[in-house]
Design a protein around this ligand. Structure first.
Ligand SMILES: N[C@@H](CCC(=O)N[C@@H](CS)C(=O)NCC(=O)O)C(=O)O
Length: 261
């Protein structure tokens, strides 16, 4: 059986779980020990140089990166298809997925750094949240344009683009920034969250939020070294947190990418 190493709050892992569930492919879920500490356990680290979730094991095959997993799953279990055939539509779907995995995720990740890991508090946290709200408003406008008058981002039915958008919009909503009320995106969000594969996955994410209320203490005690990279690192700097990065690096509770060294 497929084994998926994951964390329920990881939007990347949610993409993979929704895909497998929509296709009714059985899989086993595993939660790696030490995720986020920079000291992940051996079973998880083997064949997974990035030490990230999701990490998919299918027999001898080990795959990192959610987008690569979604491609693999679609090729191995083509039915029901979550990607339409038209090349232009496929290109659009891949662009939407990439925007969500990078530009949108940067904001929800940053809000998590402030809320759960207390990288900023008080007025400073409010300033960062206000900037995040502006950024999300722009991303929501872009998503509304992509959706247009359609019911689904993917095309005629629920599919790859929808499952790539929903984890991030649910996360932003959880931080208090839902799509504009009464708009097409809000209506789509209601529709997509009613898809059983999405509902099950979103419920797991919701249930796990309760467990991370004290996560900042793990950072303070040195047990948790947050991974700052790529779009996330850029977001923290451009949203006013360059000193958060330098302080975290000095204290050792922020790290850059390792695993290939
Ligand atoms: N591009 C990767 C990103 C995966 C990723 O960033 N995963 C995060 C959790 S959301 C992670 O495992 N980070 C490891 C860590 O913090 O140590 C994908 O699409 O799967």
């Amino acid at each position: 059986m497929l084994r998926l190493h994951e964390h329920p709050l990881s939007p990347y892992a949610q993409k993979v779980k929704i895909t497998l569930r929509a296709k009714q492919v059985p899989f086993e879920l595993l939660r790696p020990q030490g995720l986020g500490s920079g000291l992940a356990d051996d079973a998880f680290a083997k064949g997974n140089p990035r030490r990230e979730v999701p990490f998919l094991v299918d027999g001898d095959l080990r795959i990192f990166d959610s987008t690569i997993m979604l491609e693999y799953i679609e090729e191995k279990w083509p039915s029901p298809a979550l990607m339409p055939n038209a090349p232009a539509r496929r290109a659009m779907i891949r662009m939407i997925e990439d925007v969500m995995d990078t530009h949108f995720e940067a904001v929800t990740w940053g809000l998590g750094e402030v809320k759960y890991f207390r990288r900023a508090t008080g007025a400073r946290a409010e300033t960062i949240r206000a900037r995040a709200a502006d950024q999300l408003a722009g991303r929501y406008r872009w998503l509304e344009e992509q959706l247009g008058d359609a019911d689904w981002f993917t095309g005629d039915s629920f599919g790859r683009a929808d499952l790539s958008v929903v984890p991030y919009v649910n996360a932003a909503s959880g931080f208090g920034f839902p799509p504009p009320r009464g708009g097409a995106l809000a209506a789509w969000l209601g529709r997509v969250n009613a898809v059983p594969a999405v509902a099950e996955t979103a419920a797991e994410a919701e249930a796990s939020i309760a467990g991370i209320g004290q996560a900042y203490r793990a950072v303070e005690s040195g047990g948790f070294r947050r991974h700052y990279r790529d779009h996330r690192l850029e977001w923290m700097i451009r949203t006013g947190g360059i000193d958060i990065v330098t302080t975290g690096l000095e204290r050792g509770d922020i790290r850059f990418t390792d695993g290939f060294d």
